[in-house]
Design a protein around this ligand. Structure first.
Ligand SMILES: O=C1C[C@@H](C(=O)O)NC(=O)N1
Length: 408
């Protein structure tokens, strides 16, 4: 099959053709022959976009599949132009920190979802690395689920066994969270100082144990200089940012929408939001990663944290490009290439992130001239709602290819 159109990578945008054979890209060039599919100049073809932070809520216990499962998360991802995801370990009871990883992997295989899932393993008090390479996740302080550390000393002791591993951090300091537990609002219970203190500690741990570190859902402007400084000294750390911390801030909160707008870490100030946009543009933030956290609307109203975001990923990216003036090349970096680099060590022979021979033939095609208004009936997530309902994004997902097959 030959696909033709405007291809985007971090190094440039050019008209070209892609030859696909089976699951892989075998050639890229301008004279490959008669195209089978041609995308118009309104469209940009990206290497398949990846969301490396989601909560699919599916495991052998099936205790949370009333709000999402691997297949519905996969359908929501395709709806949003996402071709691969990485799934968090914190939601099953008990969390996935040991051999239960393999049970979850077998369960995933049985479900046979329509896109590729990479699974994180959790790090909790007293856990040890698995016998095979996986990305890990450590929660500093409680979020949703029971996986977290009560003190940072305890985390330090446990991480000493994970030297050299790939570890992502949920940065909220457990002691400071405790100190603010009685505050009046969700954002006052989890203030910026919790994230800043946890950032300092995570960076220390990454350096001390030579980790391949990642800071999740980064939200605080004041923490960015710490990250830049650590990187300038060669500390191996990358950072995610979510659509909600880029689009919403505390000025959007009303008495009516507080349930839907609650997540950990919480919405911050306008200046934090602007700092996140600037940091994503300049490259201090490396991944658009949604923290897709589906709960029923009733659960959110009752005070549980998290927003679903897979269905709207691609449309949101068009907002970044057209309204926030990100270049398509920047979007290729934080939506396709960096997420690919993150999962590729674990998924051979699959290889995501670039439109080059040898890479998996998964593509995300965005139409920059076809606005979309987000409507509940168009969503595929099982939880059935989006914080963006009623909002019009300036472009939309035109087509999605998964491993050589057009699925949308
Ligand atoms: O870190 C997290 C976890 C997530 C969930 O629902 O699992 N919800 C959140 O708001 N933040």
């Amino acid at each position: 099959m030959i696909i033709q159109g405007t291809l985007v990578s971090s190094s440039g945008t050019f008209k070209s053709q892609i030859r696909v054979d089976g699951n892989f890209i075998v050639d890229v060039g301008t004279n490959l022959g008669q195209a089978d599919i041609t995308f118009s100049d309104d469209c940009l073809i990206f290497a398949g976009m990846g969301d490396i932070h989601i909560h699919a809520r599916d495991d052998v216990s099936e205790s949370q599949t009333y709000k999402e499962d691997f297949c519905t998360a996969g359908a929501a991802a395709i709806n949003g132009g996402v071709v691969h995801v990485a799934d968090m370990p914190n939601n099953p009871v008990p969390p996935i920190t040991d051999e239960s990883y393999l049970e979850k992997a077998r369960h995933l295989e049985k479900r046979n979802p329509p896109i590729h899932f990479t699974l994180y393993a959790g790090i909790g008090p007293g856990t040890r690395p698995l016998t095979f390479a996986v990305p890990y996740k450590a929660y500093m302080g409680p979020s949703v689920g029971d996986l977290f550390f009560k003190t940072l000393e305890q985390l330090d002791e446990t991480l000493s066994h994970y030297r050299g591993c790939n570890v992502s951090f949920h940065c909220e300091d457990p002691i400071l969270l405790e100190e603010h537990a009685d505050a009046a609002t969700h954002e006052a219970k989890r203030p910026t100082e919790c994230e800043i203190s946890a950032t300092r500690f995570a960076l220390q741990m990454i350096e001390k144990y030579d980790l391949k570190g990642k800071l999740c859902h980064y939200s605080v402007g004041e923490g960015l200089p710490l990250i830049r400084e650590a990187r300038s000294r060669g500390v191996k750390v990358t950072c995610e940012v979510t659509p909600h911390h880029l689009y919403f801030d505390q000025s959007d909160l009303t008495d009516e929408n507080r349930g839907k707008m609650q997540m950990n870490p919480p919405l911050r100030t306008i200046s934090d939001r602007q700092a996140m946009l600037a940091a994503l543009r300049e490259g201090t933030l490396d991944y658009l990663a949604t923290d897709h956290a589906p709960h029923t609307l009733e659960e959110n109203e009752q005070g549980i944290s998290g927003q679903p975001h897979l269905d709207t990923f691609g449309a949101f990216v068009t907002w970044l490009i057209l309204d926030q003036k990100f270049t398509p090349e920047q979007a290729a970096l934080f939506c396709s290439e960096n997420p690919g680099d993150f999962v590729n060590p674990y998924i051979s022979p699959k290889k995501f992130g670039k439109i080059e021979p040898g890479y998996t033939a998964s593509l995300t095609v965005l139409n920059l001239k076809q606005p979309v208004t987000i409507k509940r009936e168009d969503l595929k997530t099982k939880c059935g709602w989006s914080p963006f309902e009623g909002i019009t994004f300036p472009g939309s997902v035109e087509a999605v290819f998964i491993e050589g097959r057009q699925v949308r």
